[in-house]
Design a protein around this ligand. Structure first.
Ligand code: XBP
Ligand code: MG
Length: 224
């Protein structure tokens, strides 16, 4: 084992309720009556990527938009990202149980650390800036908009492997969702899943390990 590659949303922290609040606040700021409740957002999370999620919502609801949809999607998503960033900086988002200690233990053992996420680099910088004092622990940060296809496509994990210059067999992925597990497996990686609020009822049959959280390090390092 030479490196750990972490997903962000749902894995490092329970971020999706904050994302949902930020989406709804951005819709209100735009003067739109759209509101995503928990159940609607759970369905929409099948589409990874906030911009793709907004577009999917508009298209499947057959909503008429005033101007070009592309412009509205970009404007809404940037507004949502600004609002989400303010919420995270407001300290409403702790790391999930065991994450900080696992990062520290991995560093002690000389493992390299990377991120492979669908969210934006801006969101990663904000979250890790608040939760870990910055992103210095993570040598590689591969984000959704850096690759042609988002999860469940393997692209973002393949990018992380390329930038680490490591083979999949030398790395271990950490995920919270079936989309993320499929992406990691598609890249040939072993993957530990810690189900999160929106993914606890999903199926993780081909996960190498399913853990409630990352507090118990023994089974993780036993994967070797
Ligand atoms: C989960 C996602 C992201 C977030 C929202 O990413 O699918 O789209 O829901 O963030 P991860 P953006 O791979 O970290 O689980 O609005 O920035 O996409
Ligand atoms: Mg995730």
């Amino acid at each position: 084992m030479k490196a750990f590659i972490f997903d962000v949303d749902g894995t490092l922290a329970e971020t999706e309720e904050l994302h949902r609040d930020a989406f709804n606040a951005a819709f209100a700021r735009e003067g739109l009556s759209w509101h995503w409740d928990f159940h609607r957002y759970k369905d929409l999370l099948a589409v990874s990527g906030g911009k793709e999620r907004i577009r999917h919502f508009v298209e499947t609801e057959n909503i008429e938009t005033a101007g070009p949809l592309d412009d509205l999607v970009v404007r809404l998503h940037q507004s949502k990202t600004d609002i989400y960033g303010a919420m995270v900086r407001g300290g409403r988002l702790p790391l999930r149980a065991g994450v900080a200690d696992l990062v520290a233990e991995a560093k002690r053992r000389g493992l390299r650390l990377a991120i492979a996420t669908t969210t934006s680099r801006e969101n990663v910088d904000t979250l890790l800036g608040v939760a870990l004092g910055g992103t210095d622990d993570f040598e590689v940060i591969a984000c959704g908009d850096m690759v042609p296809k988002k999860k469940p496509a393997p692209d973002v994990y393949l990018l992380a492997l390329r930038e680490l210059e490591l083979g999949a067999g030398d790395c271990l992925a950490f995920e919270d969702s079936s989309n993320g597990l499929r992406a990691a497996k598609g890249a040939g990686l072993r993957c530990i899943v810690t189900p999160a609020l929106y993914t606890e009822d999903e199926h993780f049959a081909d996960a190498d390990l399913v853990l409630t959280d990352l507090r118990d390090h023994a089974p993780i390092f036993a994967l070797g």
